[in-house]
Design a protein around this ligand. Sequence first.
Ligand code: EPZ
Length: 430
Amino acid sequence: MDRIRIVGGNKLNGQIPISGAKNAALPLMIASLLTPDRLTLKNVPNLADVNLLARILRNHGLDHQVDGKRPGPAAHIGETYHFDARDIVDTTAPYELVSRMRASFWVLGPLLARMHQARVSLPGGCAIGTRPVDLHLMGLKRLGAEIDIDAGYVVAKAPGGLIGNRITFPKVSVGATHNVLMAATLAKGETVIENAAREPEIGDVADCLNKMGARIEGIGSSTLHVQGVDRLEGAVHSVLPDRIETGTFAMAVAATGGDVELVGARRDLLAAAFDVIEQAGAEVSNTATGIRVRRNGGGIQPVSVETQPFPGFPTDLQAQLMGLMATADGTSVIRETIFENRFMHVQELARFGADIQLNGDTATVRGVKELRGAPVMATDLRASVSLAIGALVADGETMINRVYHLDRGFEKLEEKLSNCGAEIERVSDE
Ligand code: EPZ
């Protein structure tokens, strides 16, 4: 099993290319099930989750092809994938696959919409919380689906096809919004989704669906209007830049000090987090090709933050912020309001000497003068990268174990950081 070795203490200087967003690429790939024509996605990040989802989709009968990478100045731009779901040969998504990646549960809506039936394993809980799917099921039922739970599977049918309706989510859910939005594109008549998630990845998927012939209005707002169509067509779409990768590297630079341009990054996708990074003492400015983050001299200022659905501060950056605040000049308060158990990194950051007290959903981080390298364990994707941030500022050597969590969502992490002066390498046991 691979590990990552980091020797901390170096500032980061240079350029980091930002990859296509994992959390847009995954639902965009799933959207290819809605059409018998070819969907071409550009700027797809090369990640374990993308490869696993491609495998899951192949199980339903989808063909996919990847264009070879072109060397040269655009080499950092992600790969181009072509998806063809001409014939859906299987409408079952088995436990063995869905349990390995929650987002694969989102095939439910598209399969129901196109094939009028689907049998998809319930995903189960995970390290960050129980993560129920009641909102997904409620939304699809409102579109006329008959849903039973049988032996751990959601068995859904819509014999005459789905029918548009008004759906008001009692709570904001990214996944339920994706699932219901994709399903509604092929439902008969109008669907109105109220209290929809507004995450930019939803907008990216909605833009792509419209290119495929869907009729979605209200993109970017919390009320989506969808006029159902009989058929969706092929399209070409480029995945938007990964705002969580952007915020992660911005926080890494704020933590170590230095001067880095995040090439391809967009501030509008991450305004709340950049405000926090500025409060912490880093300078953030737009460049012609991305965003520049600098912190030269001056300490890290403590902040008080609570995670919120977009446009608030994202839960997917909460762990990284804690890594940054570990060496702040004062006490920070970080409240997690989205997932009930997203604090697995706290114990591991403590191994570096971080002083973090947990009380329910709130972490109080008392900044310490310095962290010291230590062996640590990655527990989930974003927690793992908070350990990398801690390790980059820590004195001495850190070994991060179980880095397969990192490979799920960060493309070429070691290369991107070592190109900016970090001492970081992957250690393979074989
Ligand atoms: C998406 O997960 C992301 N995953 C997560 O990123 C992200 O943390 C999360 O949204 C919140 O922004 C992908 O995009 C692939 P939710 P999702 O449904 O859709 C509760 C990462 O690290 N809820 O918005 O599963 C739920 O338990 C991952 O890249 C219900 O109660 O999240 C949570 O408390 C991790 N019932 C809250 O809503 C439901 O039916 C928000 O979850 C669905 C959700």
